[in-house]
Write a protein that binds this ligand. Structure first.
Ligand SMILES: Nc1nc2c(ncn2[C@@H]2O[C@H](COP(=O)(O)OP(=O)(O)OP(=O)(O)O)[C@@H](O)[C@H]2O)c(=O)[nH]1
Ligand SMILES: [Mg+2]
Length: 195
């Protein structure tokens, strides 16, 4: 879980974007990368196939500045959504402090969303993590498309524990920073609880 180095007064947290293939996880990170000042970010690393599907993960380190005298950094990761990359997804979840589940709002992606959510639960369980204690946010992405389900229906089908739920259009950036802020807030609150 979060790495707190008291000697160096540093905190590192890990936030993972999870969800079905093509849901928009990588697009979230790309937008954050584009809009973040040079001083606040490190290099974004993306390991992708020729068709831009995530092969292993995307990684983006962000500097939040000083939180109560601790230099605080969050590391954003995405998992590959394609079903057959499960070993990678499991590995990337190791040491996770917060999760954003990126749901594709399109009707025809509902089964894939549900499958990805089940997969998240079972991978967390395998790591021995208690989902109820993990900071978790649901992002309803692709709200710009015509064939989407109503928010209330998505919440009913995908909501797990009364988590904060945000609408987004990751390609234009709508809702992207709100989602990040929401999950970061939950992660920092959890840190405070355990400090
Ligand atoms: N219309 C629309 N397209 C989007 C939105 N977000 C992402 N996309 C598009 O959806 C496609 C897939 O987006 P990615 O961000 O690569 O999806 P991913 O979840 O990282 O997919 P995997 O890496 O395979 O798991 C790309 O063509 C994006 O441009 C959105 O809000 N609206
Ligand atoms: Mg991706």
């Amino acid at each position: 879980m979060s790495f707190i180095n008291f000697a160096a007064r540093e905190i590192n947290c890990k936030i993972v974007y999870y969800g079905a293939g093509l849901g928009g996880k990588t697009t979230n990170l790309q937008f954050i990368f584009q809009k973040t000042a040079e001083l606040q970010k490190g290099k974004m690393i993306s390991l992708a196939t020729e068709t831009d599907r995530t092969l292993f993960f995307d990684f983006l380190p962000l500097d939040l500045g000083s939180v109560r005298g601790f230099k605080t950094r969050i590391h954003l990761y995405t998992v590959p959504g394609q079903v057959f990359y499960d070993a990678s997804r499991k590995l990337i979840l190791r040491g996770v402090d917060g999760i954003v589940f990126v749901a594709d709002s399109q009707q025809e992606r509902m089964d894939a969303n549900v499958e990805a959510l089940d997969n998240l639960m079972s991978n967390l369980k395998e790591h021995g993590y208690d989902f109820n204690k993990i900071p978790y946010v649901l992002q309803l992405n692709k709200r710009d498309l015509p064939n989407i389900l109503p928010v209330e229906e998505l919440k009913t089908q995908l909501g797990v524990k009364g988590e904060p739920t945000l609408e987004a259009v990751a390609i234009t950036g709508q809702g992207v920073f709100d989602t990040l802020k929401e999950v970061a807030k939950l992660v920092l609150a959890e840190l405070k609880k355990n400090a």
